[in-house]
Design a protein around this ligand. Structure first.
Ligand SMILES: [Ca+2]
Ligand SMILES: [Ca+2]
Ligand SMILES: [Ca+2]
Ligand SMILES: [Ca+2]
Length: 528
């Protein structure tokens, strides 16, 4: 087929080059023109009279990967450049212009440490994974690395900062949102090796998204930079670091109805392209959440395009281009909202609320690495009025935490864990005590432990506390108070930072209105 399509063009080429000796052989058939369709379908050797070549030199040379020769008056492929490096981790192709083989790796080394991220769905270093970097967003984590107190699993043994612990930096809170706004609200925090990128909302005439770069002590490194400045409300969302750039996702109603938008930011928070609109749905699209899986951004959210709240997902490539269309993740029997996503070794775990305003169940659903739902039915972790959950993957299981809420907030934070087969490892467990009301949990996975940060009224008003949980969710180290002021404090968003610091963005009304603040925990070497 290739030969027949190439022939008229070839004839023109030879005519132009004045290849006189055989030019008569290359004249187009009488019916041909520049716009002629394909030549008749007969096989070359079915019409031995229609000779098209005398020697190999008469045959097309446009594809150096498939060399043509003249056989019985017809140009046929006589040799093909074999491109096979016997490496299942490369895509083998041949460049027709040069005839050279190209072996393109299937995986990326985004952080430039010489180790590639595994293919989605594979554990780092597992057979077929094509990569053994356990954290390709950080050059200080790779096989053979020396473990230091930096919030990173430097040696890729599945344990972050082996045998180290955290201490609060009392009284070092830093105002992040501008303060000249009406109010602010924390949304996301990610460390890029030099600075924390913080996303938060500021309410001026409308709500808008902001980015600010913070050093580990809260010093401003990149001033407040609007991510959106649209003529309507725009609510800030999570931020992730890929090893080369930030990604962030949010909801805004620049077009009247809330839709999900995405963009990539350079290491200083500058947008790399125009905002990417992810949804175009009749109902509101809300509560976006974002994960980087080593190759792609994965976004999940809820929307009511089908007149009930359901969960949807979208894959986005490293260049910021959506891959395929919005994917429906839950069916019509669910009224699902507020999804959060974590990347496991072979699956994705998505926790969410399911129910109505008075009975919000906490459920967890397993997905394939490409966001396709696995056949396992969602696992119900709690049915007692849970608030939007948080999720992390801790070495071999997903850990989900939530607060309860019926008419008033419950008195404790709860958590449960589920393995990658969907089996509940630790059922819903009360993981805090000693308060009347507890709210807004958050988790960081350390492999052999989990750091939890939350707000409760243990000491009178709502303040932030941290504690360490064992993988079975029992208490490893008791609560430590990390904020101290006479006003309520909520909504901690922790992220690993430099030298083992854990940066925490949070909300506080100590100035008389809600603003976003930053504090950090310091990593200390040695056993507790
Ligand atoms: Ca790497
Ligand atoms: Ca790395
Ligand atoms: Ca380690
Ligand atoms: Ca470390």
């Amino acid at each position: 087929m290739l030969l027949r399509r190439a022939l008229p063009a070839l004839a023109l080429l030879f005519g132009a080059l004045g290849c006189g000796a055989k030019s008569g052989l290359f004249e187009p058939p009488p019916s041909s023109s520049k716009d002629a369709g394909p030549l008749p379908d007969a096989e070359p050797d079915a019409q031995p009279d229609a000779a098209e070549c005398v020697t190999d030199q008469d045959c097309p040379t446009s594809d150096l990967c498939n060399v043509q020769g003249c056989v019985q008056g017809h140009c046929v492929t006589v040799s093909t450049v074999p491109c096979n490096d016997n490496d299942p981790c490369t895509k083998d192709t041949c460049d027709p212009k040069t005839g050279q083989c190209q072996f393109t790796p299937l995986t990326l080394d985004q952080d430039g440490d010489g180790y590639r991220a595994p293919l989605p769905g594979f554990a780092p270093g597992a057979p077929g994974s094509c990569g053994d970097d356990c954290d390709d967003t950080n050059p200080n984590a790779h096989p053979g690395g020396i473990e230091v107190c930096d919030g990173v699993d430097n040696d890729c043994n599945g344990i972050v900062d082996d045998n180290m612990r955290y201490s609060p930096t009392s009284g070092a809170d830093v105002l992040v949102s501008s303060g000249n706004n009406q109010q602010g609200g924390s949304a996301g925090l990610a460390y890029n090796g030099k600075l924390y990128g913080a996303t938060y909302g500021s309410q001026f005439q409308h709500w808008r998204n902001e980015f600010k770069g913070l050093l580990s002590d809260g010093t401003i490194s990149v001033p407040e930079t609007p991510i959106t400045d649209v003529d309507n409300d725009s609510f800030s969302g999570p931020i992730v670091w890929t090893g080369a750039m930030f990604g962030t996702v949010w909801e805004d109603r620049r077009n009247g109805n809330y839709e999900i938008y995405f963009n990539r930011l350079d290491p200083h928070g500058k947008k790399l392209a125009a905002d990417v609109r992810i949804t175009d749905a009749g109902g509101f699209s809300l509560h976006p959440y974002l994960v980087w899986n080593g190759l792609q951004f994965l976004v999940v959210w809820d929307d009511t395009r089908s007149n009930y709240a359901a969960l949807y997902g979208q894959r986005i490539d490293v260049d910021g281009k959506p891959i395929g269309h919005n994917m429906a993740l839950t069916g019509p029997t669910l009224n699902a909202e507020s999804p959060v996503l974590a990347k496991g070794t072979t699956t994705l775990g998505m926790a969410f609320n399911n129910g109505d305003a008075t009975d919000e169940r906490i459920e967890l659903m397993l997905l394939k690495p490409d966001l396709t739902p696995l056949p396992n039915p969602p696992v119900v972790l709690a049915g007692d009025g849970g608030t939007p959950p948080v999720i992390v993957f801790n070495k071999d299981r997903y850990v989900v935490a939530w607060a309860t809420r019926n008419t008033v907030p419950g008195d404790a934070i709860w958590a449960a864990s589920v393995d990658e087969t969907g089996k509940i490892v630790t059922p819903a467990t009360r993981v805090t005590s000693g308060a009347n009301f507890a709210r807004t949990p958050s988790l960081l996975a350390l492999g052999d432990r989990l750091l939890m940060v939350w707000a409760d009224d243990h000491d009178g008003n709502y303040e932030l506390y941290t504690k360490m949980l064992a993988p079975d969710l029992s208490e490893l180290w008791p609560r430590q108070r990390i904020t101290n002021d006479p006003h309520d404090t909520f909504n901690p968003i922790p992220a690993f930072g430099p030298q083992g610091d854990v940066g925490i963005l949070f909300d506080d009304d100590r100035s008389g209105n809600w603003q976003s603040y930053f504090t950090h925990l310091v990593c200390q070497a040695g056993n507790p």
